[in-house]
Ligand binder design. Structure first.
Ligand SMILES: Cc1cc2nc3c(=O)[nH]c(=O)nc-3n(C[C@H](O)[C@H](O)[C@H](O)COP(=O)(O)O)c2cc1C
Length: 178
């Protein structure tokens, strides 16, 4: 049975939820799956030999990624590159079909510029708008980003843009990378 490790960084919990759904999807497709926050992975270590495939997901925050994402990649690049691997990003701009593609998502292109790890496989996933959960200054800043990208600006909006059926398809796809 093939085994997939889903590593993730999540600020507000949505990427963690995607990682969990990926694990469920991998198990329903006949594989084994484990998810691990990169904070846990950094401190507790990863038994890389237990996995056939490694997926890594991170949300776009202010047009880039949390520093911990690149720190983790720098520290574990060799291990990441040693297996079939995939990177997925989570962003609100990916709510439109053209920005939900690898070529059309500039944040994915930015990841490729900044990351010393070259993932063999890439995926774009639309994330969640959750204004009420964000502190006022983030509500304000994200409101500006949404205005520029023609997204929702209503500060009471909670909108889950993730295509969960597509997440399931990606889960099965990860198994095929093994
Ligand atoms: C501080 C902050 C900044 C964000 N900046 C962007 C952005 O620049 N572009 C974008 O498309 N989405 C942006 N988002 C939306 C997140 O990518 C989206 O909410 C994602 O689902 C968050 O995942 P998480 O809950 O795992 O942290 C931002 C969200 C937050 C909280």
């Amino acid at each position: 049975m093939k085994s997939v490790l889903v590593l993730y960084m999540s600020r507000g919990g949505h990427t963690a939820r995607i990682a969990r759904r990926l694990c469920e999807g991998i198990v329903s497709a006949g594989g084994r799956a484990e998810m691990m926050d990169i904070n846990e992975a950094s401190h507790e270590g990863v038994e890389w030999s237990r996995y056939d495939v490694v997926a890594f997901g991170a949300p776009v925050l202010y047009g880039t990624y949390d520093k911990s994402v690149f720190r983790f990649i720098e520290a574990h690049r060799t291990a990441l590159e040693a297996k079939p691997n995939s990177f997925f990003n989570v962003s609100v701009v990916a709510r439109t079909p053209e920005k939900a593609t690898v070529a059309g998502n500039r944040y994915l292109q930015k990841f490729l510029q900044l990351s010393p790890w070259r993932p063999r496989d890439l995926k774009v996933i639309a994330g969640k708008v959750d204004y009420p959960s964000w502190p006022w200054h983030e509500r304000f800043m994200i409101g500006l980003i949404m205005k520029m990208t023609h997204g929702p600006t209503d500060k009471t909006a909670v909108i889950d843009y993730t295509d969960w059926d597509d997440v399931k398809v990606y889960a099965s796809h990860l198994l095929t990378l093994a």
